[in-house]
Design a protein around this ligand. Structure first.
Ligand SMILES: Cc1cc2nc3c(=O)[nH]c(=O)nc-3n(C[C@H](O)[C@H](O)[C@H](O)COP(=O)(O)OP(=O)(O)OC[C@H]3O[C@@H](n4cnc5c(N)ncnc54)[C@H](O)[C@@H]3O)c2cc1C
Length: 464
């Protein structure tokens, strides 16, 4: 009996969703079965996450439904891949109800993205928040407002001062936008707290690098720095964190900041799923060819933040694409095309894309952008930043939600509601980003072997 080839896509982010959509459009239903492993039923539009943290956008606005496409026919497996046995061609999945499923494939697309990169700094894992998931953004919003509420209720000047200091680590776009958007929120909120002295609110943005967002170029980078400093954000470059406790952050320059808020955005590292594969990596990302295939493993593709895709457009030896949505959303369709080429016995195509630049929304009317090398700031940069993100949202409903939220915020101003939904839940990076859920390569092999012996690999006919 001949059966349809099984294409398994892991991760419903920019890369995974764009890949699936192209497969749905270009492949006939009888040509292949497509399945998508994802813990959530949405694609998260990450670049707008700081605006959820600051309450400009509601969480639902940037959680783009996976089930709205007209051509939608992919089987969605609700869960996370916790290991892949490349030799057996089986992916081990933990479903959202904590069951283990062994899913065989003929073609595998690895697009699980990245997680927050941390270092061995005392107290960091216990006390830092990341800015990578919708839950983290919603949690941080509640946390920041709760600091204002607690400071307002306290008569202890030391506690007040500590509650009103906030530290963001990471001067890339994620950290800079987060600090800028949240500072704007607290600045607006404090007017509703007549007992609080606004001058006690201090935001610190620090980075070990000597420059903020070097991708912006010298002039625009300096302008971004000036905008932040003019707004009262204390930016320290060449500085990192030495130690963290529940109520203090010690910087490497010796300063000790009394605070209950440390937001850690100092870079990303490929999803821990990559470590379960026992395959070659480049700077922690899975090594792939320019066609995004994993060398030595037939039918396996990897892309997005999780993969070290050669950046052919740069023309430099060993250059790899930076971990950006811009690349991930273009690599997705290219991988889909290459799978279709492979199915039809045609040659694969390399991925080539020239970077289009960067847009950075600093909240309100402040922004800096560098589309196609043109340097913009102020309202024009803001229009380009918002226009770019708005047009990149995949569905009309998501576009409408985001536009309505922006208009509402422009007319009615910020809102300071603390929902309290997650107040008593564990709030460590590993809880939000599930970094401790993965198997070791040995555990993957044992799991798959046992499942095969017990006939529990889904749809796999053994012994034939
Ligand atoms: C705050 C912030 C702002 C940013 N701003 C910009 C910007 O302005 N411009 C830009 O180009 N880029 C920006 N980026 C970077 C950009 O968002 C990423 O490069 C992009 O999301 C990478 O796409 P991806 O598909 O590889 O991963 P993601 O979009 O992260 O998608 C990965 C998906 O896989 C899922 N997943 C993870 N592990 C598993 C698993 N084991 N099993 C199943 N599913 C799994 C995740 O839930 C997620 O849905 C920003 C990032 C952040 C955090």
């Amino acid at each position: 009996m001949t059966r349809r080839p099984r294409i398994l896509v892991i991760g419903a982010g920019f890369a995974g969703v764009e890949c699936v959509r192209r497969l749905e459009r270009k492949l006939g239903p009888d040509e292949a079965d497509v399945a998508l492993v994802t813990p959530f039923s949405y694609q998260l539009y990450l670049p707008l996450l700081p605006q959820v943290a600051s309450g400009v956008l509601t969480p639902q606005s940037i959680a783009v439904s996976l089930r709205r496409s007209k051509k939608y026919r992919t089987r969605i497996i609700p869960g996370g891949a916790i290991g892949v046995d490349l030799a057996a061609k089986v992916c081990v999945i933990r479903t959202i109800t904590d069951e283990i499923v062994n899913e065989p494939y003929d073609y595998l697309v690895l697009a699980p993205g990245s997680v927050t990169r941390t270092f061995d700094i005392p107290g960091l894992a216990e006390h830092a928040f990341g800015m990578k998931t919708l839950a983290e953004a919603a949690y941080i919003r509640d946390h920041v407002i709760s600091q204002l509420d607690l400071a307002d209720a306290s008569d202890d000047p030391e506690e007040r001062a500590a509650r009103l200091q906030f530290v963001v680590v990471g001067g890339g776009y994620a950290g800079t936008e987060t600090a800028a958007c949240l500072q704007r929120l607290t600045h607006a909120a404090v007017r509703r707290y007549p007992r609080l002295d606004p001058s006690l609110i201090r935001w610190h943005l620090i980075d070990i690098a000597p420059k903020l967002m070097p991708e912006l170029g010298d002039r625009l980078g300096k302008q971004a720095l000036k905008i932040l400093r003019d707004r009262g954000i204390d930016v320290s470059l060449g500085v990192s964190v030495a130690k963290v406790t529940e109520d203090e952050v010690t910087f490497t320059d010796g300063r000790v900041i009394p605070t209950h808020t440390l937001i850690w955005t100092a870079g990303v590292v490929a999803s821990p799923l990559i470590g379960t594969l026992d395959a070659e990596t480049v700077r922690g990302r899975l090594a792939v060819t320019p066609e995004m295939t994993v060398p030595g493993h037939d039918g396996v593709f990897a892309l997005g933040d999780a993969a070290a895709v050669p950046d052919l457009a740069k023309g430099e030896k060993d250059a790899i694409c930076p971990p950006t949505a811009q690349h991930a959303m273009r690599q997705g369709p290219k991988v889909a095309d290459n799978i279709i080429h492979a199915l039809r016995g045609e040659p694969l195509e390399p991925y080539v894309h020239k970077d289009l630049g960067l847009v950075v929304d600093l909240g309100g009317k402040d922004a800096v952008s560098r589309p196609l090398g043109i340097e913009l700031r102020g309202i024009l940069a803001q229009a380009v930043a918002r226009g770019y993100h708005w047009s990149a949202l995949r569905t009309g409903v998501a576009k409408a939600r985001v536009m309505v939220n922006w208009l509402l915020n422009a007319i009615a101003g910020d809102d300071f509601v603390r929902t309290g939904f997650q107040a008593r839940k564990p709030a460590q990076l590993k809880d939000f980003e599930y970094t401790d859920s993965y198997l070791t390569p040995d555990q993957v092999r044992t799991e798959v072997r046992t499942a095969e012996a017990e006939g529990k690999v889904r749809g796999k006919v053994t012994g034939g």
